[in-house]
Design a binder for this molecule. Structure first.
Ligand code: SAH
Length: 245
């Protein structure tokens, strides 16, 4: 199963080659719709590992509307609608759209949910979440990235997103508990403060494993009795979760 997941991951990487040319000359709207069609197809092909074959209506709508080209550096706008991560400066990346869609879907977002994201980065994942839940709290440890994301999210009208600069390992105790927690940087273990800040019936989606290699994308579900159950999905590659010293 695991080997197959890695195989798919590599396949996923190889499909960026042809769209690179096919995208040239298309307007951003068309490029984005094509990307979402591609992401939806990849959801189907990873169904065995993720347990999901389709994106729910709100995740699909968010992926179809959030202008990813605004969240990437100006010199990479032409690559914004390729299904791949891109550098955003300060050694960090904006996640691959398929991974953003999958993580949002695995969270099982509900319109009344309050969600915590660790690793704001460009703000793209937060914007996708903002279309599906009531409120997004997001924490970024690199101050210039957090400030830039905060300004961009405000400019684009995402009024239900709050950005904090700090170490997300500790969560956001004043706003806890959360119905969902999505971690977009990789720790080598599940941070206990985040488990503690997950509400009963809440869900956390987090990459855990080797911080400079592949990680397993985990879904941790807390039952009504507060007991957590962990399910492993696909292998992924995230930048490391760093700590404040
Ligand atoms: N969700 C982002 C992906 C960002 S990459 C997006 O959609 O663009 C991961 C981000 O996590 C980086 O910006 C990195 O600086 C940040 N990060 C790493 N360790 C962190 C920590 N302990 N707390 C908060 N943010 C952290």
């Amino acid at each position: 199963m695991k080997a197959m997941g890695i195989f798919r991951l590599l396949m996923g990487a190889s499909i960026v080659v042809s769209p690179l040319r096919a995208q040239a000359g298309l307007d951003v709207e068309t490029q984005r719709q094509r990307l979402v069609d591609q992401v939806a197809a990849q959801m189907k092909s990873t169904r065995a590992e993720t347990g999901r074959s389709d994106l729910s209506e709100c995740v699909l709508r968010a992926m179809r509307t959030v202008p990813r080209h605004r969240f990437v550096p100006a010199h990479l706008v032409a690559d914004a609608y390729l299904d791949r991560p891109l550098p955003i400066g300060m050694g960090q990346t904006i996640s691959q759209p398929f991974v953003v869609a999958l993580m949002t879907e695995l969270l099982g977002p509900r319109p009344d949910a309050r969600v915590l994201e660790i690793g704001t980065g460009s703000g793209y994942q937060a914007a996708v979440l903002a279309g599906c839940v009531a409120k997004v709290y997001t924490i970024e440890i690199v101050a210039p990235l957090g400030q830039q994301a905060r300004a961009l999210l405000a400019e684009l009208g995402y009024a239900n997103v709050e950005v904090r600069i700090g170490d997300g390992y500790q969560g956001w105790p004043e706003a806890a508990p959360f119905d969902g927690i999505v971690v977009t940087a990789a720790p080598d273990h599940v941070p206990q403060p985040l488990v503690d800040q997950l509400a009963p019936n809440g869900r956390m989606v987090i990459p855990v494993g080797s911080v400079h290699g592949l990680q397993d994308l985990l879904v941790i579900s807390k039952g009504a009795d507060g007991r957590a159950v962990t399910k492993r999905t696909i292998p992924v590659r995230f930048v490391p979760l760093t700590r404040e010293r």
